[in-house]
Design a protein around this ligand. Structure first.
Ligand SMILES: [Zn+2]
Length: 238
């Protein structure tokens, strides 16, 4: 791989048969890559990188912040995402049944018992995420089942490390990753469509792509968006 260094940032340079220079910063490490037409020389690439330095640094900083935020302690002031929106966590300690409430479209009030541990606070939040996601699924799965013309026998929400969803064709069963509770609804729908389409086609082959294009033409955008959220895992499949 060809590389240049600009302002202490190493940039991978890929020469291709393309029209324009493309610049990208990738999570989770903030790797920078420039794809360039064959005709552009190193000096021009360097000048291009310098002109975009502000943009590069901004995105690298975002990824660094995101990576830091994946380690949650469930204390007041942390950012937590629900259905694609960011909220500030506000932890309230009191001796009553734990609960979670969204307030003023800005805060997540997390009510937990006095002296609760990180694990206990996390468990309350996880249960709440699961419940919210499960409440939304019947309508969404029902909608897409009738559009696609398939029917599942059952579906479940699971905590999975490496997959957004899975489909067992023989059992007509789909599993959806609990993490999807934090993502925008169109990302959740994209995964539902992906898993339901697997009932028609088990492999990620041409036929599968044709079906995806038919039912959810913008699916690649959702895929890209979902992949931007990949922070702590390298190899997400679905
Ligand atoms: Zn798949």
């Amino acid at each position: 791989m060809r590389q240049i260094t600009v302002s202490n940032i190493t940039i991978d340079v890929v020469r291709k048969d393309i029209e324009n220079l493309h610049l990208a910063v990738y999570p989770p490490t903030g790797r920078v890559r420039i794809a360039t037409p064959l005709s552009v020389n190193d000096e021009a690439i360097r000048l291009f990188a310098i002109s975009k330095l502000g943009w590069i640094k901004k995105h690298r900083k975002n990824f660094a912040n995101q990576a830091r935020q994946t380690k949650r302690e469930y204390v007041s002031g942390e950012s937590h995402y629900v259905e694609g929106h960011r909220y500030l966590l506000n932890v309230i300690y009191r001796n009553a049944t734990p609960k979670v409430e969204i307030r003023n479209k800005k805060y997540i009030d997390l009510y937990v018992r006095l002296n609760s541990t990180v694990e206990q606070r996390e468990r309350v939040m996880t249960k709440w995420y699961r419940q919210r996601l499960k409440e939304r699924l019947p309508a969404l799965i029902g909608k897409w089942q009738s559009i696609i013309g398939v029917q599942v026998n059952n579906y479940e929400v699971k905590q999975m490390k490496t997959k957004w969803g899975t489909c067992k064709r023989e059992a007509k069963r789909i599993w959806l990753n609990l993490e999807l509770a934090k993502k925008p609804v169109h990302c959740l729908e994209y995964i539902i469509v992906h898993e339901l389409v697997h009932l028609l086609e088990g492999h990620h082959n041409e036929r599968f792509i044709v079906l995806m294009n038919k039912f959810i033409p913008q699916w690649r955008f959702h895929q890209t968006e979902l992949n931007q959220y990949i922070l702590s895992y390298n190899d997400w499949n679905y």
